[in-house]
Structures are given as structure tokens and as C-alpha cells.
Write a protein of this length. Structure first.
Length: 288
């Protein structure tokens, strides 16, 4: 790994086509800074993205990348890490991609605890398809397809991760550049599945969950001397608190052992052998 890599080394020569002011700009910058700060470089980084505005990120970042299908980014990332554990694997998605069609993969990726990072750009709306409500939209959020609101409680992704046995659960705000980068960096450094839900405002279709709203509402757990992210009970209380918006590392299992280490997935299998190893089917059965 390079020790002198800069976050700008992760920028590709493709200009983002996100709407001006989109929160995904800040989310991506923080991801690049986190990768650089942890000593990674584009040559040992693999980025997987799904469908939606967030899915474009693999084009805008310089690394190995794969733009997959809707909701299926995580199993690809798990496969990449299993095949080549030497790579730094990061998966990027949106609230629709990850918590709707991809929610099953999300839960199982969390519980498997592969040593990788999952960053979700949560704007509480479907932006690419012009403003329908998403799994994290408020119950009364009015959109073009829901004039009376979704009329159902929003998904709590942090609670899903905790219930699935998550070993690192965090939340950040794309506009709080330094703090966001620090939180993603901690997720990358974590031994196991690092999950960060990022408040990434949609300036075109969501006039409720705005930059001003989050700036006024966010409670930063890093400023609370009494909060301990290794305390499961405290983390549960924060995650189930529907009256506040939180930022910071919410839960971290310091005894976490990544799946790839506990199951001996240390060999680089990226060069596919001419014939499968004898225990290949045993490995497949373990995963499925």
C-alpha cells in the first residue's frame, strides 16, 4: 500500500452528472479521503455500486469498479473480497437500492461480517426516477406518486443492521466534510463489515430533508462524553430513538472477527485455477 497517496488520486477524469448541490458529491469526497487516510490506493481498491444516482460513483472514482444491477451490489462485493482478500472492498448504494430490493442482501452481508465497507447515500427519496418515496421516506412525505404520503413507517436501516448482528454501525452527514470522512475512515479500519448510513440530501426532489434540516437537527455522538459506542444497550437506545437524527459511530464490536479470517479465506483466488479445488462446493455451501 502506498503511504503518500492523496484523496485526489481516487478522482477519475469523468465529470459527475449529479445535480448541482447533490449530497453525493460530499459523500464521495469523504470516501476518497477515508481510503487515502487508511493507506489504500486505487490499485488495491475495488468499488461496487448498484442502481440509482449513487450507482454512478464507480465512474467518478479511480479504482477497480463494477456497476451492478439494482440491489445486488453487496453480494458482488462479498464475492470480490472472498476471491481476493488483499483488496480493499467498498460498496456504495442508495436507500432505495439497499433498503428496498437489496434489503435481503443487506441483512445477510451484515451478519456474515466480511471485512469490507458499505456506504449508503440516504436521501429519503428515489432521485434518479424523478422523486418517488423510498423505504426511508417519512410517513407523511408527499411525492408525485404519493400525494398523501407513503402512509407507512420508514425503514430504520440502523435497527436492521443491529438486529442482524452488525459489528460496526455508523451514520454521517455528507455536508459535514471532516466528520463524514472520519466516520467512513473508522468503518474502513474496522475488522469486519463497516456500515455507514450517510444523510445525503437530494436538492431536486426532496424539499423536506434538506441541508438546513440536518444542520439544525443532527446530534453528534462524538461530542457526548457519556456515549460509548461499544455499549450495546446505549447503541440500541440511540438507534431506536425516532425523535432525533444522530451522527457518529453508534455501535462497534471491538472483538469482531471478519468472516474471511475466521473461515480461512486468505488466499488470492483471482487467478482462477484450471480445475476447481476439492473443497470448492463446501465453500459454496457455507455461503448459500
Amino acid at each position: 500500500m502506498s503511504s503518500d497517496v492523496r484523496f485526489t488520486d481516487f478522482k477519475s477524469d469523468k465529470q459527475p452528472t449529479w445535480c448541482p448541490g447533490c449530497g453525493d458529491f460530499g459523500t464521495m469526497n469523504g470516501m476518497m479521503k477515508a481510503l487515502a487516510e487508511t493507506g489504500n490506493d486505487p490499485d488495491n481498491t475495488f468499488l461496487v455500486a448498484g442502481i440509482g444516482c449513487s450507482g454512478k460513483i464507480g465512474t467518478y472514482m479511480r479504482s477497480y469498479a463494477l456497476h451492478g444491477v439494482h440491489g445486488r451490489a453487496l453480494p458482488v462485493g462479498v464475492g470480490v473480497k472472498a476471491a481476493n482478500p488483499e483488496l480493499e472492498v467498498m460498496v456504495a448504494g442508495g436507500d432505495g437500492d439497499g433498503y428496498s430490493i437489496g434489503v435481503g442482501h443487506f441483512i445477510h452481508a451484515v451478519r456474515r461480517n466480511m471485512d469490507m465497507t458499505y456506504v449508503v447515500m440516504d436521501n429519503r427519496i428515489y432521485g434518479l426516477t424523478k422523486g418517488q418515496f423510498s423505504p426511508t421516506s417519512r410517513e407523511d412525505f408527499e411525492t408525485s406518486t404519493s400525494p398523501d404520503g407513503p402512509q407507512q413507517s420508514p425503514v430504520n436501516p440502523l435497527a436492521l443492521a443491529l438486529a442482524a448482528g452488525g459489528s460496526f454501525i455508523a451514520q454521517s452527514f455528507s455536508s459535514d466534510a471532516q466528520r463524514h470522512a472520519e466516520i467512513v475512515q473508522q468503518a474502513v479500519e474496522h475488522d469486519g463489515f463497516g456500515f455507514v448510513n450517510v444523510y445525503s440530501p437530494c436538492v431536486t426532489f426532496n424539499d423536506v430533508d434538506t441541508y438546513d434540516y440536518f444542520r439544525d437537527s443532527l446530534v453528534d455522538l462524538g461530542e457526548d462524553d457519556d456515549f460509548d459506542p461499544t455499549d450495546y444497550d446505549q447503541a440500541t437506545e440511540v438507534i431506536l430513538d425516532n425523535d432525533k437524527e444522530y451522527q457518529g459511530v453508534i455501535y462497534k464490536d471491538e472483538e469482531s472477527v471478519p468472516y474471511n479470517e475466521s473461515h480461512g479465506l486468505t488466499e488470492n483466488l483471482s487467478e482462477i485455477p484450471s480445475s476447481p479445488p476439492e473443497d470448492a462446493m463446501d465453500l459454496v455451501r457455507e455461503f448459500y
